[in-house]
Design a protein around this ligand. Structure first.
Ligand code: ZN
Length: 190
């Protein structure tokens, strides 16, 4: 269903599930509204366990920038301001769902040790020039990453092909597995 960071201390999930946000300059109105939509959709999907209020007096918050690459720190790390990079293009809604997932503490689904070989192969193809050597090389990278990251994550349920956190997939919305992962981190039982 997903994969989430292994909680080793209190400082890995956002206190109270509250992820205050502010936008850096340079966002298009449309891009901004799609990121805000992604935030509302995460809040709704988790039944309000995770919220993204506009930054006012909260000590901890994310600052959303829009460079050419998308990336966001994994989980909460105790820094006052955490940068979340989301590329403002035609895919901005899906990118925002994915990057906000990282921000909450969700890892890449393909880094689970039970990722099906054909899924790894799809990703390896997408990340290489498509040549046999290129694909084989990328497969090795994925396999070694899985080994390397094993101790940092906890698996939630079974492998989820529909996860928004899976590379080279056509997922366009938060899956049930993504919700289960978020609830593992922010649910009352966690
Ligand atoms: Zn990612």
């Amino acid at each position: 269903m997903g994969m989430v960071i292994k909680i080793k201390g209190a400082q890995q999930v956002w206190p109270g599930g509250v992820i205050a946000h502010e936008f850096a300059d340079g966002w298009s109105a449309d891009g901004k509204s799609k990121v805000l939509q992604a935030m509302r959709d995460w809040t709704e999907a988790t039944g309000g366990l995770v919220t993204f209020p506009e930054h006012s007096n909260q000590k901890f918050y994310i600052r959303i920038t829009n460079p050419q690459q998308s990336r966001c720190a994994l989980g909460f790390n105790g820094q006052s301001e955490i940068e979340c990079q989301i590329k403002d293009d035609a895919n901005v809604y899906v990118t925002a769902l994915h990057e906000l997932g990282h921000c909450m503490g969700l890892g890449h689904e393909q880094l689970r040790d039970d990722t099906p070989a054909e899924v790894m192969l799809n990703i390896a193809r997408a990340q290489s020039d498509g040549s046999e050597r290129g694909v084989a090389f990328q497969m090795e990278i994925i396999r070694s990453l899985i080994q390397m990251k094993k101790s940092d994550y906890v698996k939630v349920g079974g492998f989820d092909k529909a996860s928004i956190m899976l590379y080279a997939s056509d997922a366009k919305r938060i899956s049930d597995g993504d919700v289960a992962s978020a609830k593992q981190l922010y649910g009352t039982s966690a």
